[in-house]
Design a protein around this ligand. Structure first.
Ligand code: ATP
Length: 437
């Protein structure tokens, strides 16, 4: 059964805590609003999603390379990029109940949506966190904590291009933390003040930007479909003139239908040469790309694909959550694609004695390392299956007397509970084909 009911979020938050995906930060002190810690299974899931993205965006392209830039940068970077002046949201407060809203997300001409009290006039609020570098807290030492990973790529782009001997068109990919002092964080890990972005900045010759925009738009949507997200839960939203960010000429969001509505998971933007021109202007350093073969020099245009790792993770959880009944018993399962599931396989001996337990243990050790496995020998087999279903483990491998005699094990499939017998010495390649194929 598909669970898109409004209480899906509540169920997910509770499952995530119970099974060690995601915990409230600093819980023993009452928790810090909208800050979350990823537990043992959460970190596996997040790493798998990041790895899948990295493989898709770099390894599969000869002309896309990686970068891991510093979170703290010179403050001029954020002046040039327009974030100091332009990265603002309009904020309104209710004078009665003190609720706080983004004026662009409600009808700010009407009373408070919560209590009908009077709202303040909108105030512009800069989303960048500030801190000080060094022991003196004066204005000279003030720096920003990056609100997007993109600028690290832009200021380093010629260093990367020269060292990797890249020619336009080429891309630079980066995964890293970004920080925004959001006016209204919420919806679990959907909107938080600290989050991770997975970005790829693609440098193209001006004039070819529309074509590349179309290319990446299709590629990115196709990726989500190939990763198993249900197509009916995905759509594009094009930004209208009033919605466009200060740096974008054209922007499309990949949106997912969350239980709380259609929301952005990734932005695909044509940033033109806005950023490079601005950095060239403020730094006084030439930022032209030189094509010596053609005798040309120009500032490339940039097509950006910018997605949130945490939002992607939430999308996968929402899309995978199911409830059904097996053998007259209700069960919860996460139908995650095997490639991203936090546990790939579980080894479950049906008996411990007569060497069956030892054989199972040996099998578990043989398979572990490349994939994340789980060994569980305690309790009724039905209960062990259910514990694995709930965290999305695609394959449970049961070991029994026949395993000793015939050298075979049973693989029980998570989604349809189908069972098949596989030779133990072929198990590695059986999993390999399904994980890497
Ligand atoms: P929104 O309109 O939701 O505030 P945005 O348009 O400001 O997002 P971008 O600047 O395009 O977002 O950032 C790219 C991606 O980074 C988003 O698609 C999203 O996945 C992720 N992201 C942005 N802000 C947050 C946040 N506060 N919490 C979690 N992820 C975020």
């Amino acid at each position: 059964m598909e669970a898109k009911s409004p209480d899906l979020m509540e169920k997910l938050v509770s499952l995530c805590k119970r099974r060690g995906f995601i915990f409230q930060s600093s819980e023993i002190y009452g928790g810090l609003a909208s800050c979350w810690d990823y537990g043992p299974l959460g970190v596996e899931l997040k790493n798998n999603l990041q790895r899948a993205w990295w493989t898709e965006m770099t390894r599969r392209h000869e002309n896309i390379v990686g970068l891991d830039a510093s979170i703290l940068m010179r403050p001029e970077v954020w002046r040039a990029s327009g974030h100091v002046d332009g990265f603002v949201d309009p904020l309104v407060d209710c004078k009665e109940c003190r609720s706080r809203f983004r004026a662009d997300q409600i009808d700010a001409t009407k009373p408070c949506p919560n209590c009908s009290g009077e709202l303040t006039e909108p105030r512009q609020f800069n989303l960048m966190f500030r801190t000080h570098l060094g022991p003196l807290e004066d204005t000279a030492s003030q720096i920003y904590i990056r609100p997007e990973t993109a600028q690290g790529i832009y200021v380093d782009y010629l260093l990367v291009q020269n060292s990797a001997r890249l020619q336009v068109p080429f891309g630079i990919a980066q995964v890293g933390k970004a920080f925004r002092n959001e006016i209204k964080p919420g919806n679990f890990i959907f909107r938080t003040c600290e989050f991770e972005q997975m970005e790829m900045q693609f440098f193209v010759k001006p004039g070819t930007d529309d074509e590349w925009m179309g290319h990446w738009k299709e590629k990115r949507m196709d990726y989500y479909r190939r990763m198993g997200i249900r197509p009916e839960n995905l759509r594009f939203h094009q930004h209208g003139p009033g919605e466009l960010a200060h740096y974008a000429r054209e922007a499309w969001d990949v949106e997912y239908q969350f239980p709380f509505g259609w929301q952005e998971v990734e932005g695909i933007h044509n940033r033109t040469d806005f950023d490079l021109k601005a950095h060239q202007g403020l730094s006084g350093k030439k930022m032209d790309y030189i094509d010596s073969g053609k005798g040309e020099r120009y500032l490339p245009f940039i097509i950006e694909t910018s997605s949130g790792l945490n939002r992607t993770l939430l999308m996968f959880l929402c899309d995978a959550y199911r409830e059904d009944v097996v053998d007259e018993e209700p069960r919860v399962l996460l139908a995650l694609p095997p490639k991203v599931a936090p546990i790939t396989f579980a080894v479950l001996p049906l008996v411990k004695k007569d060497g069956v337990g030892d054989l199972a243990r040996q099998l578990f050790e043989d398979l572990s390392g490349r994939w994340n496995g789980f060994y569980d020998h305690a309790g009724a087999i039905g209960r062990r299956y259910r514990r694995m279903d709930e965290v999305g483990t695609p394959w449970c491998i049961t070991v029994d007397y026949e395993s000793k005699e015939q050298g075979t094990v049973t693989i029980r499939h998570r989604d349809d509970c189908r069972q098949e017998r596989v030779k133990m010495d072929q198990l590695k390649s059986w999993i390999f084909e399904r994980m890497e194929g």
